[in-house]
Design a protein around this ligand. Structure first.
Ligand code: COS
Length: 383
């Protein structure tokens, strides 16, 4: 694990990079629907593609708390930038780290950590979103191979990925979650088609597409961890971590939105003075600040708990739920503070508002987080 002063340097470096390079590039990235290569190269040079990957596999090996600190900073820029390395640190590699064999880790993690290969997570399907265990993609064993058939939906970074973690049924539907296994599938395996990427409401520059597997043959060694039937648990464990990470993104974005609101309220004059002098504007800013502070404190606490080895299923869901919902309330208030100027493209709030909306949906909707929180409460009560 890096020394804490190294992490402080990283936090400072990312903060500077966000203000000097990323924020000035946001508008162009939206226009082009593409992040320029020099920016992804620089994100790689900062080590961001391998933040969560241990040093023995060429990553930075940050603890959860350290990761959250860095993500608070990167989340201050358009969330599109975080997205380009998000799956490589998050759902695309957490399964390999948690349950992969040593051979699988050595095969993929060093390249992913260096940004030479992107990783993507293929869980969602056309008819299996919130109900992830309803997935119908099949992986049938034939000798020393598995044959995968099915369609994966809304796969972030799939157009650029080198490896997919694919969740597929190795046992009939009746087996439920216990019939799901995970596979590491190389992009160049015959039988994979990545559809054209979706035209989304926001997040331009981050590409999400369907991935179709048609008689896609992978060696038996592609089975994650070499074990059938534990793929659903791998997915859930990955999501516990990823949701905490996403809550940290929401904190960074909330802080950015608040700063945009304060700046506008200080500059905009009505009734002969800056609108920041009016108490109704102040109330909106104050509520936003209190909520962002609470969200940051929650993420820091849950991250430390995770680093201490505690079970954080409930805490991670609480953080994702609260931080993304709070961030959305903040986005709406900051839009309101901007008035008509918030609704046109002259100020970043119009774009950030569209981007912000996704955080309450992906990596588990707010309603799924509520279900997880309530289930954990009942589990604790029964224990
Ligand atoms: N960590 C480890 N294991 C977990 C787990 C977790 N966080 N959550 C569930 N499991 C285990 C359960 O313990 C259970 O194992 P046993 O049968 O051995 O007890 C198994 O996994 C099935 O769990 P459960 O019965 O809770 O599954 P459900 O089908 O009821 O689904 C939810 C649970 C709703 C939580 C799940 O489908 C989900 O997270 N959906 C949202 C999916 C999502 O976030 N998609 C976003 C796109 S992916 S980026």
């Amino acid at each position: 694990m890096p020394q804490s002063d190294t992490v402080e340097h990283m936090v400072d470096a990312v903060r500077r990079f966000v203000r000097e390079v990323l924020i000035p590039a946001e508008h162009q990235v939206e226009e082009d629907d593409d992040i320029p290569k020099h920016i992804t190269d620089e994100l790689g040079a900062l080590g961001l593609f391998g933040m969560t990957i241990p040093e023995e596999y060429d990553g930075l090996g940050l603890s959860m708390y350290e990761e959250a600190r860095v993500v608070f900073e990167i989340g201050y820029a358009s969330p599109v930038f975080r997205s380009c390395f998000g799956t490589s640190n998050g759902v695309g590699t957490l399964g390999i780290l948690a349950d992969g064999t040593e051979e699988q880790r050595r095969k993929y993690l060093p390249r992913i950590a260096k940004g030479q290969m992107l990783a993507s997570f293929c869980l969602t399907e056309p008819d299996a979103g919130s109900d992830a265990a309803a997935l119908v993609t099949r992986a049938v064993r034939e000798g020393e191979e598995y044959v995968i058939n099915g369609t994966k939906r809304f796969t972030t970074n799939s157009p650029h990925a080198g490896v997919f973690t694919v969740f597929a049924r190795t046992a009939p539907r009746e087996a439920g979650p216990a019939g799901i296994s995970a596979f590491l599938v190389d992009r160049d395996t015959p039988g994979i088609t990545v559809a054209p990427h979706y035209k989304k409401m926001g997040f331009r520059g981050s590409h999400t597409a369907d991935v179709i597997f048609e008689n896609c043959r992978v060696p038996a060694a592609a089975l994650l961890g070499g074990r059938e039937g534990v793929g659903f648990k791998t997915a859930m464990k990955s999501l516990d971590h990823a949701r905490l990470h996403m809550a940290a993104v929401a904190v960074g974005l909330a802080e950015r939105l608040i700063d945009e609101g304060v700046r506008y309220a200080s500059e905009r004059r009505q009734f002969g003075k800056p609108i920041a002098d009016f108490q109704m504007i102040q109330a909106m800013l104050a509520e936003s600040e209190a909520e962002a502070f609470a969200a940051r404190a929650m993420v820091e606490k849950a991250s430390r708990d995770k680093d201490a080895g505690l079970r954080i299923v409930k805490e991670s869901a609480c953080c994702k739920f609260f931080a993304t919902e709070a961030m959305w309330r903040i986005a709406d208030r900051v839009m309101q503070i901007h008035g008509g100027y918030g609704y046109i493209k002259e100020y970043p709030i119009e774009r950030l508002f569209r981007d912000a909306r996704l955080l309450r949906i992906y990596e588990g909707t707010s309603q799924i987080q509520q279900i997880i929180i309530a289930r954990e409460m009942m589990r604790e009560k029964a224990a």
